[in-house]
Design a binder for this molecule. Structure first.
Ligand code: RTP
Ligand code: MG
Length: 151
């Protein structure tokens, strides 16, 4: 089923100049970008976004990190986009992520794992996160051209 999912290059990925590499991977995979913005996450937005982790020992560090510098927030659309993106990301801990995945290739440690993607096992997380980060008017509906030379 075609769907949209929320993806974000975290502050470490931005600082290391990985936005282009990460965008390329999703383009290569055939997903369609329907929204993207370079932004600074506020303390309030960080709490809303990572609300499921409130009270856990790593929560304060996670909020500090995600608000420490700009991020590149995106919405990608495609067949089972949420799960596809998560598979391309690898595991939460880069050390456990297979080479070829984004975290397996670029991640440094559990706290600096370069990318966020909506959890496909958390029903509706993709829509909730898209709503949290994007206004409807910031998302663009368009068809990819279906030409013989595009494969
Ligand atoms: P994310 O939400 O950032 O895409 O990461 P995820 O789904 O793979 O992992 P999640 O369980 O949602 O955790 C969110 C972020 O919190 C940090 N974390 N630290 N110290 C720890 O045990 C621990 N566990 C998680 C990670 O940076 C993770 O990306
Ligand atoms: Mg998560």
């Amino acid at each position: 089923m075609s769907e949209r999912t929320f993806v974000m290059v975290k502050p470490d990925g931005v600082q290391r100049g990985l936005i282009g590499d990460i965008v390329s991977r999703f383009e290569d995979r055939g997903l369609k970008m329907v929204g993207g913005k370079f932004m600074q996450i506020s303390e309030e937005l960080a709490h809303d976004h990572y609300g499921e982790h409130e009270g856990k020992p790593f929560f304060d560090g996670l909020v500090d990190f995600i608000t420490s510098g700009p991020v590149f927030a995106m919405v990608w659309e495609g067949q089972d986009a949420t799960q596809q993106v998560r598979r391309m990301m690898g595991e939460t801990d880069p050390a456990e992520s297979a080479p070829g995945t984004i975290r397996g290739d670029f991640g440094l440690d559990l706290g600096r794992n370069v990318i966020h993607g909506s959890d496909h096992e958390d029903e509706g997380a993709n829509e909730r996160e898209i709503d949290l980060f994007f206004d409807e008017a910031e998302l663009v509906d368009y068809e990819k051209i279906d030409a013989e030379w595009l494969y």
